[in-house]
Design a protein around this ligand. Structure first.
Ligand code: SAM
Length: 482
């Protein structure tokens, strides 16, 4: 029986409720009156405290996703853009993945790290290698990482992950620093989540891959990840372990996208119902070619148009949840979804273990790669591209370092303080990037952008202070934040 407050996976992601939602969506996908009401409900509203958005239930959002009436789809895209503007403005947060180890005991049939793949070399970074990778990432200008590892209790125990986190945070190379480490490792125990929390991680990210239990079990035929309930209930254990910010995601291409979409939102509703705070981020990875993986073996791939619609509908349904897109997607596709709600993107990424240190920007080791990278541009190129499109690339990590996690972050969003807080933080961290890492062309574009954007800070005191801080960054000081 469906119960969003239950702690049992099969009750908060109740299969019958997902199917009933899809049925309801199918029946109403041409119900113009209802769709207009749903869009009106989700639109940003001015309140005494600032701008607020009501969000949508999984059923309402499923109706939007099913609707194919051109002018209403256009309205959805416009609304997604309005919501994005209201809460995220034109800032895009930058990050990079860091692969620690590709040892894995699972048998995920879509992932080349699966245990039975004997052709892929197995590699695990030593602490010295972690240091070299981090220096290479700092030299590109990164401040925020997502660490990635296969699941292997012998080769990658929690102690190894914790040691790597400690190493990453300890490295100060020139003006560089990694200020936020997000963690994407397999589902684990409350005790281990507590340890990750105590190590000062940012977001704990775990992709569900698919919410469809039967498919899930087929796609993960053996290994600890086979256990659907243990995997699906991981975020509850993470929150019990003290981690406020969790990141959801499904791997699009494995199952029917409408099913995944409804279930993903049910998961978000469950976290809100039980813990009082929804997911901090949602990722939207799509299946890619990899070592012994051919995405054409899977029947449920989605085209770019559908992908864009999914992004827009997520933005409308969960307005305060950040949305992440990786270099699995091409420049063209990333361009399209930036407007529809994506708030974080990776840049200059390598998906191999040890893929950064010792390689030039145009050199790419493929031997231990998890999947083919589609957007292969350097971080400098991505930063310049974003600015040319009118976005502010942000290397900000302030919220988490100021304790604004979980619902405290949400309240910053809702009270409209973003323009006085996140906006200057984005500009100051961009300024650091321009001073320390940018090419002359990127620097020129960025300096102009910063001058223009500083004037948009509404509060006079905050504007004056931000200008002062930016001048101090130019003089060599670092790490200012609101
Ligand atoms: N091992 C951890 C786990 O099981 O959750 C997490 C790390 S794994 C390195 C990160 C994610 O990469 C997986 O959750 C999966 O969604 C994604 N992935 C695996 N194979 C992929 C492929 N062929 N194309 C695109 N993404 C893939």
């Amino acid at each position: 029986m469906y119960n969003p407050k239950s702690l049992k996976a099969e009750e908060f992601i109740d299969n019958a409720e997902v199917l009933a939602s899809l049925e309801y969506a199918e029946q109403n996908k041409h119900n113009r009156e209802l769709i207009e009401q749903i869009l009106e409900k989700a639109a940003p509203k001015k309140t005494g405290r600032g701008t607020e958005c009501a969000g949508l239930s999984h059923r309402e959002a499923s109706v939007l996703l099913a609707c194919d009436i051109p002018d209403l789809v256009e309205k959805m895209f416009q609304l997604a853009n309005d919501i994005k503007q209201a809460f995220y403005g034109n800032r895009i947060v930058m990050f990079a993945p860091l692969y620690l180890s590709n040892y894995c005991v699972n048998q995920c049939v879509y992932c080349p790290y699966h245990y039975q793949n004997k052709s892929i070399p197995r590699k695990k970074l030593t602490q010295e290698e972690v240091k070299q990778e981090v220096i290479a990432l700092q030299d590109m200008g990164h401040k925020r990482l997502a660490i990635e590892a296969g699941e292997d209790p012998v080769n990658n125990p929690i102690e190894y992950i914790l040691e790597c986190i400690k190493t990453i945070y300890s490295i100060q190379h020139k003006n560089g620093a990694i200020r936020r480490v997000n963690v994407n490792i397999a589902a684990t125990t409350v005790e281990n989540y507590k340890k990750l929390h105590d190590a000062g991680i940012g977001t704990y990210i775990l992709f569900q891959e698919t919410y469809h239990k039967e498919s899930y079990e087929k796609l993960h035929p053996a290994g600890p990840k086979h256990n659907y309930a243990y995997h699906t209930e991981a975020m509850d254990r993470a929150m019990e372990g003290g981690i406020d910010d969790v990141g959801l995601g499904v791997l699009f291409g494995l199952e029917l996208y409408k099913y995944e979409f409804a279930a993903l939102l049910m998961h978000a509703e469950h976290l809100e119902a039980v813990h009082g705070v929804g997911p901090h981020t949602i990722s939207v990875p799509r299946l890619r070619r990899a070592d012994d993986i051919d995405p054409d073996q899977f029947d449920n791939g989605i085209d770019d148009e559908t992908f864009a619609k999914i992004v827009a509908c997520i933005r409308i349904a969960v307005p305060y949840t950040g949305m992440i897109i990786s270099t699995r997607e091409s420049e063209q596709c990333r361009n399209k979804v930036l407007d529809l709600g994506v708030s974080q993107i990776s840049g200059g990424s390598r998906t191999s273990v040890g893929g950064y240190a010792g390689y030039d920007a145009d050199e790419r080791p493929h031997d231990t790669e998890q999947f083919d990278v589609s957007d292969q541009r350097s971080l400098d190129e991505v930063v310049k591209w974003l600015m040319d499109l009118g976005y502010i690339p942000s290397f900000c990590t302030a919220c988490y370092r100021e304790g604004r996690t979980g619902d405290r972050f949400m309240s910053l969003c809702k009270t409209g303080q973003i323009l006085n807080c996140c906006h200057p933080n984005a500009l100051m961290t961009l300024k650091e990037f321009l001073e320390d890492y940018a090419s002359p062309a990127t620097k020129e574009t960025g300096e102009k952008l910063i001058r223009e954007e500083l004037e948009k800070i509404p509060n006079e005191k905050a504007r004056k202070l931000a200008k002062e801080y930016i001048e101090n960054i130019h003089l060599g000081k670092r790490d200012f934040r609101f």
